[in-house]
Design a binder for this molecule. Sequence first.
Ligand SMILES: [Zn+2]
Length: 103
Amino acid sequence: MTKQRNLQIMERREAGETLASIAKDFGISLERVRQIAIVTRRNLGIGTVENPLRCKRDEDTFVFRCPWCGRLHVHGAKEGWRSSHCNHRKAPQEYYIAEKNND
Ligand SMILES: [Zn+2]
């Protein structure tokens, strides 16, 4: 089943397995593995449009305490999808950030 397969691909990718190794097992392209991992991650947890990483604004940057590695990561102060600054093996390759509301 596709959904099950995509979940497996995402989990193996996040566990640090190479694109090539996963692609070989599933008989799909490296680019397809990369896309499936990102989209599946988006559809699940935090760091998504529905559930963004909430950042504190500091002048023209957004800062957040990383839920994966526990460090602070800094991005330009604009809501949207960003390439991850996190090296933790469980961190996604991309996440969605937004300013923390004060209400
Ligand atoms: Zn991190």
